[in-house]
Design a protein. Sequence first.
Length: 223
Amino acid sequence: MGSSYRQFCPVAKAMELLDERWTLLVVRELVAGSERFNELRRGLPRMSPTLLSRRLQQLIKAGVVERRTDGGDVRYVLTPAGQELRPVVEALGAWGARWIGELGDEDLDPKLLLWDMHRHVDPDAVPAGRTVVQFRFPQARPRDWWLVITPDDVDVCDGDPGHPVAVTVIADLRGLVQVWRGDLSWPAALRTGVVEIQGPAALRRSLPGWFTLSPFAAVARPV
């Protein structure tokens, strides 16, 4: 727990746990479905492993998270108390999408973008079998990323997975983040050249439909 506000108010007591740096983002990842330590790390790429471990232990001690083991497999699962934070996370995300639209260059992270996108692949829209999508962000480092999509899994790679690439997306990182957040439509991004899709015509046309956008993309923005 963080330092005490010395107030009996339930909001103050909740924030003693939740307003420590990264804590609520750890909860966000758990709400989004990450359960294993490495999955949490990929959703929080700029958080140190040591701090992630510390925050998980704090959440376990507070009764928000349960650590489950099955042999060598360790999972972190929200308890009923943790599940009650789902609408809190969703409300904060909607508020942030609606009222805090400005993104700095330091906010743009290809690793987080691809990790988010991999959770929102529509399996019924992707061609059957294995489909490899290469993403190239000319201004980012590393520049090249891959999504390997199979009927049972979607994997994010920052090294060539060694399978034939079906389609390549060349994008300005900020532009694709804006598409993902719902600030820019796929047609507008393609028309203006912010995003370019290379590959067979049928795949170029269908690729935007392979992904459901961020859960906050549909949030209405102020005029």
